[in-house]
Structure formats: structure tokens, C-alpha cells
Design a protein. Structure first.
Length: 325
């Protein structure tokens, strides 16, 4: 029969290359990740028996937002519904097999260890609740970073209710501690500059990506981070940036503020998607070579990147002034 992970890898590679849109691409990623999880679960069940309780497996990062490129690393966590130590032991073993399988299939291990093979991202719901409360109280840079990562959690296997309960815990804390939004803001305001003071694009100046611009750091993140903060402020549970835009824009105030940035982000996602199809490694996937662009394309990209910076400033103003539509 052969290695089932390698068989799934072959299917994945052939289908990803055929994707015509970001939505189609991410639908394929979801199918592959679900199937990979089931393969891992069967392996663990044969060795250690059935799961001791119900559980939920979720994606975070670009996977949680449904914004993965052709090549993407792993970002995931697991919630199980028992406080017994035997449950933790079982799901950590499952998490290690899940991470191993995904790596074989073509999703590199997360360098920051945001994977359910680690005890930080594999917990009972009660332990998750305690951890989120600790992150809220701690307010260090890393704690706030973890909260923002968790806020992009999207269920892949199991039920969404436990994820929603934990996100509502964040909303409730902010309701009584509104200044905490400012802490979240400070954590996300520092992104790579993509346009210089003379309105010139700022590509990498040395290394393997010299002459290319980092579309993730300089382009996508200002939009993703800003809209996530506004979604937290408005208590929205949706995880994709485009869905967050659309839900926010149902309110007249946000429709007026966000409309041009929504258009820019849609364009940027398309540029990033098309560029990622050319990548052969995870390291290449976010870099766009400027020499491949026409003068008009460079001008449009510059406008989009500057739009991200303006959106960050708009978001800063909304958070700091406590503006309510």
C-alpha cells in the first residue's frame, strides 16, 4: 500500500498547482490537513486505543484565517474535554504524530512551535481558559502575541463551541479593561517598511531575496493586524481577514473608513497568490521580485502598501479614541 502520508503528499502537490483562486487553494489545504489528521489519528488509535474524550483540532496563523499560500508551514492547536492527565498524555502523542505527518506531506514544522505537539498548544478546555487568563493578566509581549495568534483559531476537526467560549473570555476581559486594546495595538504596530520616505519601494538589499519585496511583512500584515484588532473590538468571531472586513463594513462608520482598504487588500491577496504559485520553497513564497513588474504594477503595489500603513494609522486612532460607530 505504501506510506499513506506520501500518497497524500502526491495528491496535494498535484492539486495545489491547479488552484485558480486563494479560496480554492485554501480549500485544498483544508482537505489535505483533515485527511492527514485522520491518518495520524488512525495510527495513534492502533497503538494507544481510542481517544479518551472529545476534542477539537484547530488551525491558527494563515491557515486559521484561510489565507495560506501554495507552500505554508504548520500552525495548529488542540483542545480536549477532560482534565485527566491520561488525556493530556494521549493528545500530546497524537499531536506529535499529527505534526510529523503534516511535515512529511509538505507543511514544515513551525519555527515558533505553535503546534499541538507541544504542551502550550495542546490542553484541556479548562487549562486553555486558565492559560488565556494568564496571558491577559501577564500583558508581556509574548503573552499578547499568543493571544493574537489564538484569536485566529479556526476549527478543522471537532466543534467550534469551545474555541468560541475561549474567545468570548477575551471579549469579556476587554469589556472591563478597555485599555487592553491599546496593549494589543502596541504589539502589532511594528511592521517592515515597504515604501521609503521618497515613496520608493524598499526591496531586500542583500541575501537570496535581494531585489524582492516581502509581501507578507511589508504588505499583508498591516492589513491583517489592523482588521484583527477591529474585529476584537467589535467582538467578531470570524477569522478570515476578508470576512472581518465584510462584517465590519455592515456598520456605516466602518463602511466609510474601510472601503478603500478592503479593495487594496483584495488586490494584494491576488498578487500574493499568483506570486506564491512560482515558489519552490517555503522561504520563497512571500517574496516578489520587483524586476518582474512593469512601472504601472510597481505604482499600484506602492499604493497598496501605503494603504496598509494608512489603515494602521486609522486603526490606531479608532483604538486610542475609543471611537464607536
Amino acid at each position: 500500500m505504501g506510506n499513506p502520508y506520501k500518497q497524500l503528499k502526491a495528491w496535494r502537490n498535484s492539486h495545489l498547482q491547479k488552484a485558480k483562486t486563494v479560496t480554492e487553494l485554501n480549500s485544498i489545504h483544508d482537505q489535505v490537513m483533515k485527511q492527514s489528521f485522520h491518518l495520524s489519528f488512525e495510527i495513534v488509535k492502533k497503538k494507544y486505543g481510542p481517544a479518551p474524550c472529545e476534542f477539537t483540532w484547530f488551525l491558527v496563523g494563515s491557515g486559521g484565517r484561510g489565507e495560506q499560500a501554495k507552500i505554508s508551514d504548520q500552525d495548529h492547536g488542540l483542545i480536549f474535554h477532560s482534565n485527566e492527565k491520561e488525556a493530556l498524555d494521549y493528545f500530546l502523542l497524537l499531536g506529535k504524530e499529527v505534526s510529523f505527518g503534516l511535515n512529511v506531506i509538505g507543511y514544515p514544522y513551525c519555527e515558533g512551535n505553535v503546534m499541538c505537539s507541544t504542551s502550550l498548544w495542546c490542553r484541556s478546555e479548562q487549562s486553555w481558559s486558565n492559560q488565556i487568563n494568564k496571558w491577559l493578566q501577564d500583558e508581556t509581549f509574548d503573552s499578547i502575541r499568543y493571544l493574537l495568534i489564538f484569536f485566529d483559531a479556526r476549527m478543522i476537526i471537532g466543534q467550534s463551541e469551545s474555541i468560541h467560549r475561549l474567545k468570548n473570555q477575551i471579549f469579556q476581559y476587554i469589556q472591563y479593561n478597555p485599555d487592553f486594546l491599546g496593549r494589543l495595538l502596541n504589539n502589532t504596530m511594528h511592521v517592515k517598511k515597504g515604501v521609503g520616505i521618497f515613496h520608493q519601494l524598499l526591496p531586500e538589499t542583500y541575501g537570496p531575496h535581494s531585489g524582492a519585496i516581502d509581501l507578507k511583512q511589508a504588505g499583508l500584515l498591516p492589513y491583517i493586524n489592523s482588521v484583527r484588532l477591529l474585529a476584537i473590538k467589535e467582538r467578531l468571531l470570524d477569522t478570515s481577514t476578508l470576512s472581518r472586513f465584510q462584517l465590519l463594513m455592515k456598520q456605516e462608520y466602518f463602511r466609510h473608513v474601510l472601503s478603500p482598504y478592503h479593495t487594496y487588500f483584495q488586490e494584494l491577496v491576488t498578487i500574493h497568490f499568483k506570486n506564491s504559485l512560482k515558489a519552490n520553497t517555503y522561504d520563497e513564497v512571500h517574496y516578489l521580485s520587483l524586476k518582474d513588474l512593469s512601472k504601472e504594477e510597481k505604482g499600484r503595489l506602492k499604493k497598496i502598501i501605503l494603504g496598509g500603513k494608512k489603515l494602521m494609522n486609522e486603526t490606531k486612532s479608532i483604538i486610542e479614541k475609543g471611537v464607536n460607530p
